[in-house]
Design a protein around this ligand. Structure first.
Ligand SMILES: Cc1cc2nc3c(=O)[nH]c(=O)nc-3n(C[C@H](O)[C@H](O)[C@H](O)COP(=O)(O)OP(=O)(O)OC[C@H]3O[C@@H](n4cnc5c(N)ncnc54)[C@H](O)[C@@H]3O)c2cc1C
Length: 398
């Protein structure tokens, strides 16, 4: 049964019941920290579009991902002690249950950036950088999308890397890069000039020729600063190239282990929106009784909970049976994003006019769902990837 300190209203099938006591205790501490310190500032920071970067170090101090007490039995992991994937998933869920921006601000570093370094780096690079990645003294972000190439970036990427005697010179532009202005390093993906390879470089953000500017007037994930990045004759030594990334296939391979995170994030956001909506429905009275007593309100609550169950089932399955193909990540992304989009719209509806006010805690989820619906592959692109696998026919135009 769920412990009194860590309940997940909306997790009707009890997926959280499989967490170990030490994992539950750690997640309860995370929730307490978030509720006491981050939740009270969310509305103001959203309104002003202010970053949550100052919470990264305190989160690192909670040792969510590097507490020896949480490492698994080595016998189960073939001699290596690791965090249980289910627990890792719940860390993402818990952060997103509060706010997607908090999750991206923290997870862009210890999830995406760290995963890339581990999957693409040499043993020496990993050994040198990993401790700093975990304690946030060596920060980074991932720059793939470009101003003129989003969905077709794999075939159309215009950022280039030219080999010189000493290293490489990178020219081009990137767009939408999350955490770029709060990172010391940018993993830049570039096409090798005069070659076929797609390479990745850990570029120090202060290198001459790198220019970052925050994209203003954003209506989703407002507390994450996404940036335009210009790269003009940026000189990077060979030691800053990730040697195990030489193609888009390698990048996809690197990110496979992160695909479950999209489902965990979508589940967390739905749980957050559900908690706010069900609490409001109990409290708000119309026609002389709580709106929670109306059949049409109950229908919406049940639909959200059913979506949560589906998304969590997807997350747990993907976590316990790691992905080793390039198609299922697309299926996971499009299903999780669909469920999320429906749930947050229903939650917003339940809260009525107040639902558009940030203080009622559903509007952030509603707006942020739009960002998640688009990044890491749009619905259309993911549909085309799954469709191609099902039929053997590519419906991409090239
Ligand atoms: C908030 C946010 C954060 C982001 N963070 C990052 C980041 O940190 N790093 C990074 O590298 N990128 C990031 N991105 C970029 C994101 O990955 C792209 O926005 C996404 O890949 C879509 O590209 P696009 O926006 O250029 O849309 P486009 O590719 O221009 O697509 C526009 C529309 O056309 C559709 N479309 C395109 N091709 C086809 C086709 N063949 N058939 C049918 N429909 C099609 C798309 O699905 C979409 O609906 C972020 C984006 C957002 C919004």
């Amino acid at each position: 049964m769920t412990s009194p300190t860590l309940e997940y209203p909306g997790d009707l099938l009890g997926f959280a019941d499989d967490l170990a006591p030490a994992e539950r205790a750690k997640l309860a501490r995370l929730r307490a920290y978030l509720d006491e310190n981050v939740r009270p500032v969310l509305v103001e920071r959203w309104e002003r579009g202010e970053s949550l970067a100052d919470f990264r170090r305190p989160l690192a101090d909670l040792h969510l991902l590097d507490d020896p007490e949480l490492l698994d039995d080595p016998a189960v992991q073939g001699g290596v002690r690791r965090l249980r994937p289910l627990y890792r998933g719940f860390v993402t869920l818990e952060l997103c249950r509060l706010d997607l921006a908090m999750s991206i601000t923290y997870g862009g570093q210890v999830g995406m950036f760290r995963t890339l370094i581990h999957a693409g780096g040499s043993p020496e690079q990993i050994a040198a950088w990993d401790p700093g990645i975990l304690d946030f003294s060596f920060t980074g972000c991932f720059a793939l999308s470009e101003p003129d190439h989003g969905s077709d970036v794999a075939g159309g990427m215009s950022t280039t890397a030219r080999r010189t005697e000493d290293g490489w010179v990178i020219d081009g532009a990137k767009r939408w890069i999350g955490n770029a202005t709060i990172s010391d390093n940018i993993v830049v993906v570039a096409r090798e000039e005069g070659g076929e390879r797609v390479l990745a470089f850990v570029v120090p953000a202060e290198t001459p020729g790198v220019e970052r500017s925050v994209i203003p007037y954003k209506g989703a994930t407002r507390m994450v600063h996404n940036a335009d990045i210009r790269l003009d004759g940026v000189v990077v030594p060979e030691e800053r190239r990730l040697p195990r990334i030489e193609s888009f296939r390698d990048i996809n391979r690197a990110f496979r282990s992160l695909r479950a995170d999209i489902a965990w994030s979508a589940a967390g956001m739905q749980l957050g929106a559900y908690a706010a909506a069900v609490e409001y429905a109990q409290r708000r009275e119309q026609f002389g009784r709580p709106i929670a007593g109306f059949q049409l309100i109950q229908d919406k609550l049940v639909r959200i909970v059913a979506n949560i169950a589906q998304t969590l089932a997807l997350a747990v399955r993907t976590t316990t049976h790691p992905i080793d193909d390039d198609v299922s990540p697309s299926l996971i992304k499009l299903v999780a994003a669909d469920r999320l989009r429906e749930s947050v719209a229903l939650a917003r509806e339940i809260v009525g006019g107040n639902g558009v006010l940030l203080e009622h805690d559903v509007m952030r989820f509603f707006a942020d769902a739009e960002a998640m619906y688009t990044f890491e592959g749009t619905r259309e692109v993911n549909t085309l990837i799954v469709g191609r696998a099902l039929t053997g026919h590519s419906a991409f135009t090239r």
